[in-house]
Design a protein around this ligand. Structure first.
Ligand SMILES: NC(=O)c1ccc[n+]([C@@H]2O[C@H](COP(=O)([O-])OP(=O)(O)OC[C@H]3O[C@@H](n4cnc5c(N)ncnc54)[C@H](OP(=O)(O)O)[C@@H]3O)[C@@H](O)[C@H]2O)c1
Length: 254
């Protein structure tokens, strides 16, 4: 049995707490946060503490805090030399954990919100470690969580994360803008749901470039000018113009 402690009480911590509690071979023995109490959405039977100084022994400590806090939390953490300390970030270098004899990374490449279920078995987990022995242990733990384990150094993981920001964070923000434009015009945003659904579904069958439609890829200048004219007084003008120019350029690179 591998004993796990999670540090942090946000979205990723919540999903790891669920999957670790449900997998044979892993045992969640505690969560540490900085709040007085564990947030309501966590299972209340999990042992919780906000005192990092009195942290219990675990085989692995999973740091799931904001990227900017990983180094701070790692420095506050005093654990046995037998334990492994990992973080779950796409962009933070493994060296941030170098205070600990055994350390590494266990980065799940997915978008997590506490109020949305995920199936961990199909989530790619990107791993890295400071020694081969530690890597084997992190691999063993990751294999209990997911069927998709990928080894990657910190530099490559950073590129993966940047691409994930484009694919997920930015595309989702485009949906936020789309909803705002509809709201301004008193149109129910649900009207877009089939389109958004199909946009994400079809890239399972087509390359993203092949899936592109719309006025920019057709270079329909009359429509583009009409859209820009309508957006002229809004904060969306520059985004529309930049992305349209980018799509037209990418067509020429096809
Ligand atoms: N969300 C995703 O889709 C996703 C996917 C893959 C990897 N990740 C990575 O997973 C990690 C956690 O992300 P998240 O989305 O779970 O973040 P989150 O929901 O915003 O939660 C962040 C957690 O960090 C804690 N925290 C922030 N600053 C702290 C500090 N100075 N000292 C101690 N704790 C601090 C917060 O505590 P309070 O609640 O007290 O503020 C909270 O528990 C990040 O490294 C992120 O890059 C996220």
């Amino acid at each position: 049995m591998i004993d796990v402690i999670i540090i942090g009480t946000g979205n990723v911590s919540f999903h790891f707490s669920k999957v670790i509690s449900n997998r044979n071979g892993l045992r969640l023995i505690g969560i540490y946060g900085r709040g007085r109490n564990i947030p309501d959405y966590f299972n209340k039977n999990i042992s919780y503490s906000n005192d990092l100084k009195k942290i219990k022994y675990a085989d692995i400590y999973l740091i799931c805090v904001s990227d900017d806090a990983i180094g701070i939390v790692s420095d506050q953490l005093n654990v046995s030399e037998k334990s492994i300390v990992v973080h779950s970030s796409g962009s933070i270098n493994i060296s941030y954990l170098s205070k600990h004899k055994k350390h590494g990374v266990l980065y799940p490449l997915q978008t997590f919100s506490y109020n949305r279920e995920v199936n961990f078995s199909s989530i790619p987990i990107i791993i890295e470690a400071n020694t081969n022995l530690v890597l084997d242990k992190i691999k063993e733990i990751s294999n209990l969580i997911s069927n998709e384990i990928i080894e990657c150094d910190s530099q490559k993981r950073l590129s993966v994360h940047i691409s994930a920001v484009f694919a997920n964070n930015f595309s989702n923000h485009m949906n936020v803008i789309a909803e705002e434009i509809l709201k301004i015009n008193n149109i129910d945003s649900d009207i877009l749901k089939p389109l958004i659904h199909e946009t994400s579904k079809k890239i399972q069958f087509l390359k993203s470039k092949e899936a592109q439609t719309g006025p920019a890829i057709r270079n329909d200048q009359i429509t583009i000018k009409k859209h820009l004219n309508l957006l002229k007084q809004t904060k969306y003008f520059d985004i529309y113009k930049t992305l349209t120019e980018e799509i037209i350029k990418s067509k020429n690179e096809l």
